[in-house]
Write a protein that binds this ligand. Structure first.
Ligand SMILES: Cc1cc2nc3c(=O)[nH]c(=O)nc-3n(C[C@H](O)[C@H](O)[C@H](O)COP(=O)(O)OP(=O)(O)OC[C@H]3O[C@@H](n4cnc5c(N)ncnc54)[C@H](O)[C@@H]3O)c2cc1C
Ligand SMILES: *[C@@H]1O[C@H](CO)[C@@H](O)[C@H](O)[C@H]1NC(C)=O
Ligand SMILES: *[C@@H]1O[C@H](CO)[C@@H](O)[C@H](O)[C@H]1NC(C)=O
Ligand SMILES: *[C@@H]1O[C@H](CO)[C@@H](O)[C@H](O)[C@H]1NC(C)=O
Ligand SMILES: *[C@@H]1O[C@H](CO)[C@@H](O)[C@H](O)[C@H]1NC(C)=O
Length: 539
């Protein structure tokens, strides 16, 4: 039986979702196991950070997920200040058998960073950074960041040293979930994924120990204060793509820095899908864009975006490329893009190059949505994926999906280049990442007033499955909620080793989240579509 809830906000939704996923945990309202108010206050007093409850304004600020349909209600939010705080939270939760959720930015597309009735460990306030220019591990230096940093802050920091770093395109994404899931960047074709640039990691494990892991050792600070070192590197490997919220709570990341290019050139070009005269050009435009991508020099990276919404002046839909060139305007690699700049100029909405000085100069122009609502899906497109049937599929979705309720759109991040030089099993990301040319994330979005459009998950799951058939694997950080064979789709032939490591480091599945390594035992099998209807608290 599932225990009842004492908190008013924790309505039916809590009971049902808790029963599905974590019935062995102690939830609010179960007086046989739940900590008393006095015990909670003692715990709070012991933290350097804070502990917020639902009646406090700080709770309201931190509880909302960026993907608003997944906002859930932890019984309290611990705003931690350092690894010792995180350790205290883990030990407290273990003592009372509480469910924990781990959140840094709350950007996760599946709501993996929150859970009803949990103790949420919130790391967003840990944002110290330290650049070291005299690194023995990397000639261009390194940066150590507490995991609550967001990327724009880090870009600004390293720019002071004339360096760049592999990070997210969005300013508000944090390094934690991003890096642990793989991490792609507009510069990944030049410098690889975030995990390829990760030098070291500090992590609080499921038994509350603090470890420092890198590619040659794991140093453990035990609960009794003694320190031991082993040459075991499996937890470091698992952290390089195995996903957030699974192997431990990361408190610090150390990354390689790279020298800046003499210049960064941006190329932006947009076409409608249907011209004002009714001519459908989406197919021809996308086909051209994909042919350009196939042979592109690694100096170019960035995004292909498309959306099926009405456009200006009687046009409909759009395809936009937003590419960045790591190098000077005068180079032949930059001139490679002229073939696209000159492609059917009469069809273009706009098309131009911009001379930028640095990556930061380019990156500050990116805009983040504060909140969004959409059903996300992903596929890792390989060279052979870019045939006419893919183009036909995408154009068809773009043109037919749009109603007054929802619209299909996609963002394809360009991959390849240096990413291909890392072995399929050197990191734990899906091996398909190492041969892919694009991570295509699509979304069926809907008006925020349409939270009850419950046909969407079914529709999204169907389209998502069709889409994934074009590629090899999916990016777990940008994938759908109903991926049936998610183990295979997210990690491919790296899954077995990840699961072995999970069993060894967290045999009780203390850390668990939806479609995360090992979650088949705590979250049942995916594919039930009722969770949106189970969120009446949002209504
Ligand atoms: C607007 C937007 C732009 C994006 N752009 C990119 C991009 O350019 N490149 C890219 O690769 N991805 C991108 N993503 C996807 C992004 O990588 C994922 O959303 C990622 O999960 C975000 O991690 P987070 O820590 O910020 O989010 P959260 O929602 O806080 O956490 C995500 C997951 O990691 C876990 N987690 C959080 N903190 C920790 C921690 N300290 N230790 C261990 N686990 C933790 C959570 O429990 C959860 O499972 C983008 C997402 C959004 C919404
Ligand atoms: C860093 O975190 C502190 C709180 O710990 C906060 O006051 C500050 O605004 C944060 N800085 C940035 C740039 O996010
Ligand atoms: C501390 O704990 C570790 C791990 O449990 C153990 O191996 C070690 O012997 C302990 N050291 C001391 C001094 O108690
Ligand atoms: C960019 O700078 C180069 C010279 O370095 C110049 O030839 C070119 O016209 C400039 N392009 C734009 C779009 O300003
Ligand atoms: C969508 O548009 C149709 C026709 O204009 C209208 O009848 C319907 O109520 C709209 N649906 C929603 C959810 O707004």
């Amino acid at each position: 039986m599932c225990p009842g809830s004492a908190l008013r906000v924790l309505t039916l939704a809590v009971l049902v979702s808790a029963c599905f996923s974590v019935s062995n945990r102690c939830l609010p309202g179960d007086s046989s196991c739940f900590p008393t108010n006095i015990e909670l206050i003692k715990f709070l007093e012991n933290l350097e950070g804070n502990l917020y409850f639902p009646h406090q304004p700080e709770y309201d600020k931190l509880v909302v997920q960026r993907e608003t349909i997944y906002t859930k209600f932890p019984f309290a939010i611990a705003e931690v200040k350092n690894a010792a705080d995180v350790q205290k939270c883990v030990l407290f939760a273990r003592k009372y058998n509480l469910l924990v959720s781990v959140k840094t930015s709350g950007h996760d597309f599946l709501g993996r960073s929150t859970a009803h009735g949990s103790l949420m460990i919130y790391l967003g306030s840990m944002n110290a950074t330290k650049v070291s220019m005299s690194s023995t591990r990397n000639p261009a230096g390194e940066i150590k960041c507490e995991s609550g940093n967001t990327w724009l802050k880090v870009y600004e920091e390293v720019n002071k040293y004339n360096r760049v770093i592999i990070g997210g395109s969005a300013h508000t994404v944090s390094m934690a979930g991003y890096t642990l899931g793989g991490g792609h960047s507009p510069m990944s074709r030049m410098f690889g994924m975030a995990v390829d640039n990760l030098l070291e990691l500090e992590l609080v494990t499921a038994n509350g120990e603090i470890i420092l892991a890198n590619d040659h050792m794991t140093q453990t600070t035990h609960l009794n204060g003694s320190v031991s070192t082993s040459d075991n590197t499996e937890i470091f490997w698992a952290s390089k793509g195995g996903g957030g919220g699974t192997f431990g709570i990361a408190t610090k990341f150390t990354y390689k820095l790279h020298y800046t290019a003499p210049q960064v050139v941006q190329f932006v070009c947009g076409y409608p899908l249907i011209r004002a005269n009714g001519q459908h050009i989406g197919f021809t435009v996308l086909q051209k864009v994909f042919s350009v991508i196939k042979n592109m020099p690694k100096e170019w990276g960035g995004y292909v975006l498309a959306s099926g919404v009405p456009a200006d002046s009687g046009k409909w839909g759009n395809v936009i490329v937003s590419f960045n060139h790591y190098g000077s305007y005068a180079s032949t690699t930059r001139a490679y893009m002229d073939q696209l700049a000159n492609f059917h100029k009469e069809w273009q909405n706009f098309c131009f190059y911009v001379n930028r000085t640095t990556f930061l100069d380019y990156e500050v122009t990116a805009k983040d949505p504060l909140y969004y609502a959409g059903y996300i899906m992903n596929t890792l497109l390989q060279s052979e994926s870019f045939d006419d049937s893919l183009v036909r599929f995408l154009v068809n979705e773009l043109e037919t999906e749009h109603t007054n309720v929802s619209a299909f759109s996609f963002t394809g991040t360009l991959l390849g280049g240096e990413m291909m030089k890392v072995g399929a099993h050197d990191t734990s990301v899906h091996p398909g990442f190492r041969t892919a040319l694009m991570s295509l994330s699509a979304s069926i979005g809907w008006d925020t007033g349409m939270l009850d459009y419950d046909g969407l998950p079914q529709r999204g799951a169907v389209v998502g499955e069709q889409l994934s058939a074009f590629g090899d694997g999916q990016y777990p950080n940008e994938a759908g909620m109903d991926v049936v064979h998610w183990q295979q789709e997210f990690w491919g032939s790296n899954y077995k080793r990840l699961l072995d490591i999970k069993h060894k480091w967290d045999p009780d599945n203390f850390f668990t989240c939806r479609e995360c390594v090992g979650s088949e035992t705590t979250h049942g099998h995916s594919g039930h579509h009722s969770h949106i209807a189970l969120d009446p608290v949002l209504g």
